[in-house]
Ligand binder design. Structure first.
Ligand SMILES: [Fe+2]
Length: 376
């Protein structure tokens, strides 16, 4: 992170803390300020007096106004206090099993069950309450929200947690709201509930490199975005960048990610199921599968920058002004590190077909002279 002198930082000290930070502090909880949590399943939590259970918040220090996440654990046989909130929330269940009751001001309600691997969203400003379904094991989940934007914008907790407005266009007591049915439109699956993110069938997505599978979700008729990506043994994704607040959670497999700010050196972050990576605003990042099985992650995020055609900039080649680095433009060091990681499992890179498949679609390098056929 860019640093300035203490003298200059002191001039901005009174502007540093946000309403969101003050709220987390008043709840007696910590914010993990980093962009890497080695394992969400084991990260330390503190008692959350107002809601019950235990929790820790995660919000990168240089992206304080972007969306956040929190890890929360419900004790065996326990439940959390009911709440409603003027911000959206997407949840991945990390461990255990339980149920959630959702209801609106009119009293329309629905209760559904979940277990580890489930993904769902809380409809905006609906009352909700989570229950642990086991008397022996804790239930742990991660919720990704845009609480920082809402709290920092309105600065009034009564509005955020106690507004009577009812978004009936998002939830109106539909009895099948949290069924596993869904409508597939291109890459986008419109559903409110995924029972098992680890084994959900995906769609082929060659645009992100190396024959990976992909699926995108729109849940609870909200604006939060999410997707699952999977890449085969011996492969890695193309490096890319985008705005802040993408929470990448490893669902299966073994490998590492590189992250670096423009012009900086990449840092390596090893991962396993349960690892969280939050690339800071416009930092490049690249994910590598060095294990003996396919690797899969879930990304929970807010909107990404797009071009005028609606295509995410992170899917467009950096040769034409996009945010994705073509394989042809990556350094040899990237490939050497990958080969060394695979060798630990006696594996070899399976990337040659991906390198070759890229060539016909590769835009010319900026400044390269166009190839002109010789006149006859
Ligand atoms: Fe990304």
């Amino acid at each position: 992170m860019t640093q300035v002198s203490e003298e200059m930082a002191n001039k901005f000290a009174t502007e540093k803390e946000t309403p969101y930070e003050r709220w987390v502090k008043s709840e007696g909880l910590d914010i993990i300020p980093a962009h890497y949590v080695p394992n969400l399943r084991h990260v330390a939590l503190k008692p959350w007096a107002s809601r019950g259970g235990k929790a820790v918040f995660i919000n990168h220090e240089a992206s304080r106004h972007s969306n956040d996440a929190y890890v929360c654990e419900i004790p065996p046989g326990g439940k959390l206090a009911p709440r409603k909130q003027m911000f959206e929330e997407m949840i991945l269940v990390l461990g255990g099993r339980g149920s959630t009751k959702i209801w609106n001001e009119s009293g329309k309600n629905i209760t559904f069950e979940w277990k580890a691997g489930a993904i769902f969203a809380i409809p905006l400003n609906c009352h909700h309450q989570h229950f642990n379904g086991s008397g022996q094991e804790p239930a742990r989940f991660i919720g990704m929200t845009f609480a920082p934007q809402v709290m920092n914008m309105y600065g009034n907790l009564d509005f955020v947690f106690n507004c009577p407005f009812e978004f009936t266009d998002r939830f109106n007591g539909e009895p099948d709201y949290f069924s596993t049915k869904g409508e597939q439109k291109g890459f986008l699956l419109q559903t409110n509930y995924v029972a098992d993110a680890v084994n959900l069938p995906l769609i082929s997505a060659k645009e992100r490199g190396a024959g990976g599978g992909h699926i995108r979700f729109n849940m609870a008729r909200g604006s939060l975005a999410s997707h699952i990506s999977q890449f085969p043994v011996g492969t890695y994704k193309k490096g890319h960048r985008h705005g802040p607040g993408a929470h990448v959670i490893v669902l299966s497999g073994e490998g590492y990610s590189l992250m670096w700010p423009e012009g900086g050196e990449p840092t390596r972050y090893d991962w396993e199921p349960g690892t969280l990576i939050v690339p800071p605003n416009l930092w490049f990042h690249q994910h590598f599968n060095t294990g003996p099985t396919p690797a899969r992650y879930l990304a929970l995020k807010y909107a990404s920058p797009r071009n005028a055609q609606g295509v995410p900039m992170s899917w467009i080649s950096s040769r034409v002004g996009g945010y994705q680095i073509d394989y042809a433009d990556e350094s040899n060091a990237v490939r050497d590190m990958f080969a060394a990681g695979l060798a630990r499992h006696g594996l070899k890179s399976a990337m040659e077909p991906a390198y070759e498949a890229e060539l016909p679609t590769l835009p010319p390098k900026p400044g390269a002279k166009p190839v002109v056929a010789a006149a006859i």
